[in-house]
Design a binder for this molecule. Structure first.
Ligand code: SAM
Length: 210
């Protein structure tokens, strides 16, 4: 079933202004996991900030984004920067059948899975698994720590709107990234906690992969 996603009022330049700077550390951590000259697909790429941060090192970069506001912003930036190894696809991550299996070294999703409907998460992860041998995921760590940073994150999720907040709560209640990955044929190689242990980077490989 195709799910159309509602645009958020902050998609595009406002997200770039307010949220992108806060996720700089996450992008640096992802970059450390990615070998130079590799190919990477970034699911739910937002304004494209992670993709742009890898554009000097990766051979091929594709961002996938379901929000038109986000996609248009990222697409415009590629044109402005004149990058030839970067492109952005306006699509939902469940609808990537046009891309052949194993066409990338890495598939990333940074702060995306908590925002999806519960029923979308596994199909999207399976699609990522089909497309790349190594998955790099960044999201809220579950259970959240009891600290000021975690309270702030929860407040931000609440301010993002009722639908967004319900999805965030369902992500936390269902056990987060480690629970989702446990349901797939993936071996977890690395886990890094950051932002006062509120966030988590997990790198996982297809067990049948290279
Ligand atoms: C919190 S933002 C994170 C953006 C970016 N990854 C970053 O690190 O800044 C989540 C993004 O995932 C996108 N998204 C959510 N569900 C999606 C789906 N099924 N397919 C593609 N993009 C999706 C949203 O439109 C949004 O731009």
């Amino acid at each position: 079933m195709t799910q159309t996603r509602q645009e958020n009022f902050y998609d595009g330049w406002l997200y770039h202004l307010l949220v992108d700077p806060a996720l700089r550390r996450a992008r640096k951590l992802v970059r450390r996991q990615v070998k130079p000259e590799s190919s990477l697909i970034d699911i739910g790429c937002g304004t494209g900030e992670l993709v742009f941060s890898l554009s000097d090192s990766c051979r091929e970069l594709v961002g996938v984004e379901a929000s038109h506001g986000m996609w248009a912003y990222a697409h415009q930036r590629v044109g402005d920067l004149g990058l030839r190894n970067v492109r952005f696809i306006f699509a939902s991550a469940e609808e990537l059948a046009d891309l052949p299996s194993a066409s990338f070294d890495y598939a990333t999703a940074c702060m995306v899975l908590h925002e999806m409907e519960a029923g979308q998460r596994l199909p999207v992860l399976r699609e990522m698994q089909r497309l790349a041998g190594t998955l790099i995921l960044v999201d809220y760590r579950v259970p959240p720590p009891v600290n000021f940073a975690a309270t702030t994150c929860r407040l931000i999720e609440r301010l993002a709107g009722g639908h967004h907040y319900r999805n965030y709560l369902s992500f936390i209640k269902s056990g987060g990234l480690l629970h989702l990955l446990g349901r797939l044929n993936l071996s977890i190689n690395r886990e890094v906690r950051f932002f006062n242990s509120c966030l988590q980077l997990v790198q996982a490989n297809n067990e049948s992969g290279p």
